[in-house]
Design a protein around this ligand. Structure first.
Ligand SMILES: [Zn+2]
Ligand SMILES: [Zn+2]
Length: 150
């Protein structure tokens, strides 16, 4: 910088202009670098946001799935520890997605099972193994499903 009161000197002036130009160039380069860094950061943030949204979606899906496991697939009532509203395990170890009461209804109306001499033959929808039972109370409660209840 010129000191106050200095006489005009073209060489000094030229140096000052060159210095300024150089400084401007440096600023431009720095600005470009800064912009590039910001763009990279933006891209990363966007990616992280997308990942986060996907995780949120997965969490919501799991929560929904979990909620659906906690209720009877036929009457849609929540399972309880009570004899009437608990899920029952078939003899193969699978659990029908319905409550005790709905299972008894199914056994008595014979829609999904054959009844021979008062004994229902209920095929498992998962492995086809037949469970022979008269009443749902003969089957074990599914405590794994019950453990999901709040
Ligand atoms: Zn039910
Ligand atoms: Zn089964």
């Amino acid at each position: 910088m010129q000191k106050h009161g200095c006489s005009y000197d073209p060489r000094t002036q030229a140096t000052v202009v060159n210095k300024r130009k150089a400084a401007d160039d440096n600023t431009l380069v720095a600005e470009k670098k800064r912009r590039k860094v910001l763009e990279t950061q933006n891209a990363r943030l966007l990616m992280e946001q997308q990942q986060w949204q996907q995780q949120q979606q997965t969490a919501r899906d799991l929560e929904q799935k979990l909620e659906s496991l906690k209720e009877c697939g036929i009457c849609n009532r929540s399972y309880t520890l009570s004899d009437e509203r608990c899920p029952r395990q078939l003899q193969c170890g699978h659990t029908l997605t319905c409550c005790h009461t709905c299972m008894n209804e199914m056994l008595s109306n014979g829609d999904l099972c054959k009844t021979l001499r008062g004994v229902s033959h209920l095929p498992c929808p998962f492995c086809r193994k037949v469970t022979k039972v008269k009443q749902a109370e003969e089957l074990n409660k599914d405590f794994t499903v019950l453990a999901l209840l709040d």
